[in-house]
Design a protein around this ligand. Structure first.
Ligand code: FES
Length: 147
């Protein structure tokens, strides 16, 4: 069995061509096949990788992570390895409040619920955001956890 027949095959299709018996001796293992498989894997990775990547930095830990645009700040912080504080996860308690050190223009617009909670905590919405209800839409942001 020639798994590639000179054509591009995705790894899933390649896997289907492996005999159910698991007898790999019938699978073409020539250098051309290996190169074709590597090319297929690279193409698949490009398709799966987000092209628009944003970056979050959490202070004082100086922890950073690259995340897909539109990631919730809470999830982005966790991706950076920081144990992000949160309570309700629903934009109503204020436990997740964080100071925006830079990059506030890259965050989603505040909702009326978020503004109400920030007002209750006497936090300026220009400097503070609730990480459970704000997304990092592009670029980079640096936050300092407030609790
Ligand atoms: S966790 Fe309650 S407002 Fe964010």
């Amino acid at each position: 069995m020639k798994p590639f027949d000179g054509r591009w095959l995705c790894p899933a299709t390649f896997a289907k061509r492996i005999p159910k018996s698991g007898d790999l001796s019938r699978v073409d293992t020539t250098e051309d096949s290996a190169n074709s498989l590597r090319s297929s894997i690279r193409r698949l990775k490009r398709l799966q990788s987000p092209t628009d990547v944003a970056q979050i930095t959490i202070l004082p830990q100086q922890a950073t992570a690259d995340v897909a645009d539109g990631t919730l700040l809470l999830d982005a912080g966790e991706a950076a390895g920081v144990d992000m504080e949160a309570g309700c996860f629903n934009c109503s308690c204020g436990t997740c409040v964080a100071e925006v050190v830079s990059g506030g223009e890259n965050l989603s617009e505040p909702t009326s619920e978020e503004l109400d909670v920030l007002d209750q905590w006497n936090k300026d919405p220009e400097k503070y955001r609730l990480t459970c209800c704000v997304t990092l839409d592009r670029g980079s942001v640096t936050l300092r956890q407030s609790h």
